[in-house]
Design a protein around this ligand. Sequence first.
Ligand code: NI
Length: 169
Amino acid sequence: MNRLNILTFPDPRLRKKAAAIDVFDQKLKDKAADMLFTMYEDKGIGLAATQVDFHHRLIVVDVSENQDDPLYLVNPSFVVLDETLDGYKEGCLSIPTFYEEVYRPKKIELSYQDLDGKHQKLIAEGVLSVCVQHEIDHLDGKLMVDYISPLKRDRIKEKLLKSKHVKKK
Ligand code: NI
């Protein structure tokens, strides 16, 4: 398994819209395994293909306590079952060290395909609901900082650019 490079905000490639997946082959399974490995290494609970510069609709998620219950979501979409907005302090592997409160619908019904192309449905609440909505946003080129004020977003951008610069020296 390979540890993949994660793109960091404000990298413009994070704004690309991912394409639907229609080939369910070993290459896709290998990519999903690499993404899961990378996510565990970086102590994340979700990772979208966009974040590793692979612009296809694939997400890996694991919200279990021991990080031993992965979920692979191909071409995921959802309908809202409970529109009540819940606030949650979200983090993102593409926006390291920043946590921002984002409000999202509480309960969703998720439709997706597994790595074999089989259609699946899942009802998600709590952290799973938050995580899946956050990752689907990535596939559409949207980031959690789009939900906060432009002023705050610019501040985060500057700090991340600066820390990158320091690391390179
Ligand atoms: Ni993220």
